[in-house]
Design a protein around this ligand. Sequence first.
Ligand code: AMP
Length: 413
Amino acid sequence: MSKKIQAPRGTYDVLPSLADERLRLEQTAARIFERAGYGRIETPTFEATHLFSRTVGEATDVVQKEMYTLQDGSGDSLTLRPEGTAPVVRSYLEHGMHKEPQPVKLWYLSNFFRYERPQAGRFRQFWQIGAEAIGSADPAVDAELILLLGELLEAIGARDVKLVIASLGQPESRAAYREELQQYLRAHQDQLSEEVVARIDLNPLRAFDAKHAPTQKVMANAPRLIDRLPKEDLDHFAEVQDLLRAADLSYTVDTTLVRGLDYYTRTLFEYQSGALEAAQNTLGGGGRYDGLAEQIGGPPTPGMGWAAGVERMLMASTQPQPVEPLLDLYVAYEPGHKAAAFRLAADARSAGHTARLELAGRSLKGQLKQASRTRARYVAIFGDDGVQLRDREGGEDKVVPPETVMHHIRGSI
Ligand code: AMP
């Protein structure tokens, strides 16, 4: 016997039982974005590979180990999108959106792909809701975006949520800091974990993320980027914080915050949930990416955005269980009356009622059992004597002419 085919590791099927809460999340997000003037965008599922390698960063885990890259029939290297910001900025440039009033504000709900080790809250295909505001360097853009994700998390009842913010400054000051940090790490190399040592050249900032206790001890005294930021960046950061306070949003500043993508400049933030396991407790986050448009061949264009994981938001939230909607009409029939029954079910739906019809050839007895299982308000039974209409909320069964069934129902539902 051949092996059973299953969904690929790290992926899952969205069954109807999951679809409801996802739909509600989508509707909540749409409402929040619409009120703030964000338009919805959907970019292709795959893009040219170098769109991601150039922007996300050659040295990042995402580019080094996690991309689903394939060559198509014409030899082009394509990659299933691992994130949404670079595609949206690509689209902004491609469609000349710089000619529209700035910033251009966009949101998406899309699937993304990363070859990661699957675990709770980490999948190989996952969904993100994301927002980007491109074309303005105003700190109010940063604050508005941070607020919007906060609003979404609150609206879905995400539990035990904490906002953490930081500033990364500009590439120049970051490069100088990076060198200083690398020297510090080399000077303490014997106390660091192997993994951190191996990354000193490629990604020294990651050392702040280490779970290895001796490394953490060394990092407690490591130089901090925030102490090396130029005045313009500190001013920008201070204004973002003023605006967050003006909106009564509480946050903590974490000078060691790092995110897995290289394109960030200035503001960086994350919302974490205490309801999730520590290693995957980030519900969503993002930051400014003022250099990203240039990296993909566009003019200098500031931008800011975030992405939040759909799976993690649902895991951390307490959306009430939906009540099973009641069925208005169940149409049952005796042999020979299928077409008339079919027609009534279709008419009832066109008129806006919920209606179901026997679709598996059950006996009349079986059909009536189904009708009570679905808790239908009305049951119409087509037979040789006409249509018997039963109101399950009381009253006598009535025998009515087929063309009047809708009339009877309409009067009471
Ligand atoms: P990132 O694009 O890495 O900044 O991630 C933003 C958010 O997307 C994270 O906080 C998670 O909620 C979610 N996310 C990222 N990677 C995965 C994954 N492999 N599986 C599920 N959710 C993910």
